[in-house]
Design a protein around this ligand. Structure first.
Ligand code: C2E
Ligand code: CA
Ligand code: CA
Length: 752
């Protein structure tokens, strides 16, 4: 540009001389030298102006490019410097000042710059530069610095020595590699951790193709890295324990929350099933999915290792109990080796409303609850021949040598296991179970048939309401003609008013006075056959028939109480009625019935008591409490029946308007034989007294039992010792005659 400008000026100068000179020469030769000088001076001035303009323009341009270069340096985190070895002058670019976080300072010496370098790196840098000077070569180094603002940085420097005109110049670029180094450090760190972790790690791309697994994964699953890289986890052996719907939910959760955590059953390369706790995460970067990562570890079983169980091949991996197949095999072999005189019982257990747990808390929590149930069952039923997880929420327990009574007690104990809630994370899960029992050789002669019969009993128990136990009998077999006949007969019985009550006196253990009666249902069918309540009540309770039957019986009991109150208006007594769970299930109907009956039999007021079992309270809700409170306002008392066989928490009972506890007859029967029963009975009496409950002992059959109860402060007893349940007329007679007041048990000294 500058040359072009100069050339233009030379041409102008030539034209000027060629054009102006003849004019000046024509005007007078004595002017000949002047115009030439003026023209040259003018042209020189013009040239200077042009050169100045040109210089300014280039400077502006250079500033602009420098700014741009500085910006790109700063973006790249780079800087540069030169050092004139002889002149000892140091020059650095803006990028360098930015890296060391200092205002541009041309006077700043190379020594001052070196002072920022980590002490441990200085010697290395010094010798690298010296070596470069001697050999006229270059260097490449990494070192740490502390900037003028005190930040730690990692620098990479590349430089070389240039020899210009016999002088040496050091020329170097520096890169701020702090971020990259930190990232690399982290990657190394994580690599080391992940590689040597005990947890298995699996990473996939967005297509769920595995690109990385660690050692722990290989160890846990038995697959080598080569076998799995490039595969999808789905292509590996699956346990088959989780269905497609389960995986759909799992992936749906990952998509929604970018994360899923839980337990899975998986299969190793060897085919062995194992249980793992796993966290699957969707990994995103700048909102773009990078892939998925799974971190998992195998869960060992509770008692023995799961591996051991699975090795044997009999055990259910979820619960560690016998699986269905193995359990059935055990049932079969026990039957074969059993003498037909020995009784073998199959207790089939099903959790009531288990679906609610799965639906409400998720399948993982459901599985956890099943494990907890399995644990409790296993420790309670240590004496069983086998305890198995039949499938879903069903368990089987096999007993030999237990008579009906012991089996009943065992089933009560099993149900007690459920009285204590199951803690899952921070949720308390309240459950109950139904039990169906079938006996060999009475109910069936082979394993499959026994299971079928136990299942029939179980189904009926479930119908009977939560927490029921039912022994199989032909009568309860759903499709059996006898069952249908019984149900038909129940309907007929209701129509024909065949149900009636017998009354069993409750006697004060202080003076033998009759304090009341329990009304017990009786049924004589159209053929004149007496059917025991143990048989028809469960059948009736399996449907709303119990409500209709109770309505008929309650009317009789109110009439009875009304008559007794009329006969002895000043006497304090109570007629106790059994309350079925289904009646509480229809509270409005129950309250209307009671109101109507009090209207019809006004003298029965304050003489009615309702007996309910603890389990009904355990499933309690505000509605039940309201019903009980409304009943209280009608003057009704509440007694807890069969106390001691359920949850047996006295303080819990205090939440409800309960007045009396009826100690279950199984304990009363044991007071003479069993130390534990003696303790239970005396403890219940003491604690009940402290909390203000009246105790009633059921099933007192002998004088010795009555005396024991008396001595321990039990208020009232009911049992064959005083009287079996009797017809209303006889009951009225007893009520008026008060024969027990003369009983020897209230006189003399007698100890056991
Ligand atoms: P529960 O309520 O526990 O009734 C006490 C049972 O013990 C009665 O059996 C009674 O006869 C029996 N018992 C009383 N004293 C003795 C004794 O000293 N020794 C022995 N071995 N047993 C004694 P029952 O009458 O066979 O009733 C059986 C069950 O049927 C009752 O047990 C109750 O759960 C149910 N039940 C009876 N009547 C009704 C009713 O009207 N409604 C409802 N929902 N259930 C009823
Ligand atoms: Ca009762
Ligand atoms: Ca009872």
């Amino acid at each position: 540009m500058l040359a072009a400008g100069f050339f233009v000026l030379v041409i102008i100068h030539g034209v000027f001389h060629w054009w102006m000179e003849p004019i000046f020469v024509a005007k007078g030769s004595h002017f000949g030298g002047m115009p030439d000088m003026v023209a040259d001076t003018l042209l020189f001035g013009l040239f200077c102006l042009y050169a100045f303009w040109f210089y300014r323009r280039s400077e502006r341009k250079r500033d602009k490019y420098q700014t741009l270069l500085n910006a790109s340096e700063s973006m790249a985190g780079t800087g540069a410097w030169t050092y004139d070895v002889r002149g000892k002058s140091f020059h650095a670019t803006a990028g360098l000042w930015q890296i060391i976080e200092k205002e541009s300072d041309p006077l700043h010496s190379i020594e001052a710059c070196l002072s920022m370098v980590d002490v441990s790196d200085r010697e290395r840098i010094g010798s690298a530069i010296k070596k470069a000077l001697h050999t006229s070569s270059g260097w490449q180094l990494q070192y740490g610095i502390t900037t003028f603002k005190g930040h730690r940085k990692r620098i990479e420097s590349k430089g070389k020595v240039l020899k210009i005109g016999g002088n040496h110049f050091l020329v170097a670029t520096i890169f701020d590699i702090t971020v990259t180094t930190e990232q690399q450090r982290r990657v190394h760190f994580f690599n080391a951790l992940v590689n040597h972790s005990y947890e298995s790690v699996l990473l996939t791309d967005t297509e769920r193709r595995i690109f990385y697994v660690n050692e722990a994964f290989c160890k846990m699953t038995g697959y080598t890295k080569a076998e799995v890289i490039g595969q999808t986890p789905h292509a590996l052996k699956s346990s088959g324990h989780q269905d497609a719907a389960f995986y759909e939910r799992l992936w749906e959760s990952i998509e929604r929350k970018h994360h899923w955590e839980g337990e899975l059953l998986n299969r190793k390369k060897s085919g062995e099933v194992y249980r793992e706790r796993i966290v699957i995460s969707a990994v995103y970067h700048d909102e773009a999915l990078l892939g998925y990562g799974a971190v998992s570890s195998e869960i060992a079983s509770r008692n023995k290792t799961l591996e051991h169980y699975l090795h044997i091949g009999e055990y259910d991996p979820l619960t560690g109990l016998l699986g269905r197949f193995a359990f059935m095999e055990r049932l079969d072999t026990t039957i074969v080796s059993q003498s037909s005189a020995q009784q073998l019982a199959l207790l089939l257990l099903d959790i009531d409303n288990f679906k609610k747990v799965n639906d409400g808390l998720g399948l993982m929590s459901g599985d956890r609850v099943l494990q907890l149930i399995a644990d409790r069952l296993q420790s309670l039923c240590e004496d069983a021949v086998a305890v198995g997880h039949i499938g879903g929420d069903e368990f089987g327990i096999l007993y030999t040598d237990l008579d009906d009574e012991a089996l009943h007690l065992k089933s009560v104990q099993i149900q007690e296991l459920f009285a204590v809630p199951f803690g899952i994370a921070d949720t308390m899960v309240y459950l109950s179970c139904s039990i169906g029992i079938a006996l060999y050789p009475y109910d069936a002669a082979d394993a499959d048939a026994i299971l079928r019969k136990a299942d029939i009993a179980l189904q009926q128990a479930k119908h009977a309401g939560k927490g029921s136990t039912l022994f199989y009998s032909a009568q309860i077999e759903g499709n059996a003609p006898q069952m249908l006949a019984l149900e038909h007969q129940l309907h007929e019985g209701i129509e024909r008013n065949e149900f009636f009550l017998q009354y069993q006196p409750k006697v004060s253990l202080i003076d033998g006075e009759i304090t009341g009666f329990e009304a017990l249902a009786r049924w004589k069918n159209s053929e004149g056959e007496s059917i025991p309540p143990g048989r028809f009540i469960p059948m009736a309770e399996a449907s709303d028939l119990i409500i209709t039957i109770s309505e008929q019986l309650y009317a009789q009991a109110f009439a009875f109480a009304d008559a007794l109150a009329a006969a002895e208006p000043d006497r304090d007594f109570h007629v106790a009625l059994n309350l079925a769970a289904r009646q509480l299930g229809k509270p409005a109907q129950l309250l209307t019935l009671l109101e109507n009956l009090f209207e019809r039999y006004p003298k029965a007021a304050h003489h009615i008591e309702l007996e309910l079992i603890e389990r009904m309270l355990l499933e309690s809700n505000q509605e039940l409490l309201n019903v009980m409170q409304t009943c209280k306002t009608m003057g009704i008392m509440f007694a807890i029946d069969d106390f001691g066989t359920g949850y047996s928490s006295l303080s819990y009972l205090k939440k409800f308007p309960v007045d009396k506890l009826k100690i279950d007859q199984s304990f009363v029967k044991g007071v003479l034989k069993d130390d534990k029963d003696r303790q239970i009975v005396s403890t219940i009496i003491q604690m009940a007294e402290t909390l203000g409950f009246t105790t009633i002992a059921e099933g007192a059959e002998t004088e010795a039992e009555v005396r024991f109860l008396q001595r321990h402060g039990c208020a009232v007893a009911q049992g064959y010792y005083f009287s079996k349940p009797v017809e209303p007329n006889r009951a009225t007679e007893l009520f008026l005659l008060q024969p027990f007041k003369d009983d020897t048990v209230f006189f003399g000294d007698y100890t056991i």
